[in-house]
Design a protein around this ligand. Structure first.
Ligand code: ADP
Length: 284
């Protein structure tokens, strides 16, 4: 081999390894850029969540104060309205007015109850709880609304086999709020279903999907449906989903809103699974 050819080969080798190093550097640069972007997004999301929590704490404190102040006089009005109803039993025209006052008071008591439920410290009393019982109790509570709207409800049997570790009454309340919204959205003769969703951490959480065939949530509203007092309904308080969010988090879970491709909304409630099998649970 001549000296010139040797130099060419060496040069080719140097260029090749230089190219290799450059390529590897480029790849790790791209990797780092992607990782920085992801961390940036994560930080942004955490900051947003922190700001939301601070805002919620302030709103909750103020709302609880107002609700407490309203609750006592409201109780008095309710009592006097029921006494009036008794005294006016013989005067149908006036009795009707007294009944309307009582009805208004009951509505306001419902709102005050929601505000207190939202702002109350939701310290859960977690126990091993079969999901079947939580679902059954929630459906019983929704029975009147379901019947009034003649809504068809399907419940996936796989879901009812799950055993949770949670505060059963809080999770029942969360589920009731989601089902009532779904029934409301589905409307007359609509369909609502409760099914098990797929989830990355399926060994730690049960994903309960409450979906309906109503109009769905407007895309621009999806990020704020869990904000307290956000409502698109004439008579809504906008507290139902805020309560679901608070209870889900207090129980170590979460809730998310999406729209179904085939139309309608789907809310996914994640609740922690208990570390036991269905057979080892004593049903009472
Ligand atoms: P409210 O029912 O009093 O309005 P919520 O907090 O329960 O309060 O719900 C907030 C808003 O989220 C509703 O007003 C509605 O716009 C939207 N929403 C909730 N559930 C559904 C659903 N299943 N389909 C469509 N929109 C929904």
């Amino acid at each position: 081999m001549t000296t010139a050819t040797l130099q060419d080969t060496e040069l080719a080798g140097i260029i090749e390894s230089y190219n290799g190093v450059t390529e590897r550097l480029k790849q790790s640069h791209e990797l780092l850029t992607r990782e920085v972007g992801r961390l940036h997004e994560e930080l942004h999301e955490k900051n947003r969540e922190l700001a939301r929590r601070e805002r919620l704490a302030a709103i909750g404190e103020m709302a609880a104060g107002v609700a407490h102040e309203i609750r006592n006089p409201l109780g008095g009005i309710g009592l006097y309205a029921s006494l009036l109803e008794r005294d006016l039993a013989e005067l149908p025209g006036k009795l009707d007015m007294a009944k309307r006052i009582s009805e208004g008071v009951r509505n306001l008591e419902g709102i005050v109850g929601d505000i207190l439920a939202f702002s109350r410290d939701a310290a859960p009393k977690c126990v091993v709880s079969p999901l079947s019982k939580i679902v059954d109790n929630a459906l019983t509570q929704c029975a009147m609304a379901v019947e009034a709207n003649r809504v068809h409800i399907d419940v996936d049997l796989r879901l009812t086999k799950r055993i949770l570790f949670c505060d059963p009454s809080q999770c029942e309340r969360a589920l009731v709020n989601l089902i009532l919204n779904a029934v409301d959205a589905a409307g007359k003769n609509g369909h609502v279903s409760l099914r098990e969703g797929a989830h990355r951490e399926a060994d730690r959480f049960a994903a309960i999907v409450v979906e309906d065939d109503g109009p769905g949530v407007r895309d621009e509203d999806l990020h704020r449906v869990f904000d307290p007092f956000f409502t698109t309904k004439d008579t809504g308080t906008g507290l139902g989903l805020a309560i679901v969010h608070r209870l889900a988090e207090a129980n170590g879970g979460s809730v998310a809103a999406t729209n179904r491709r085939e139309g309608g909304a789907a809310f996914v409630l994640l609740l922690p699974l208990a570390n036991v099998s269905e057979d080892s649970v004593v049903h009472v």
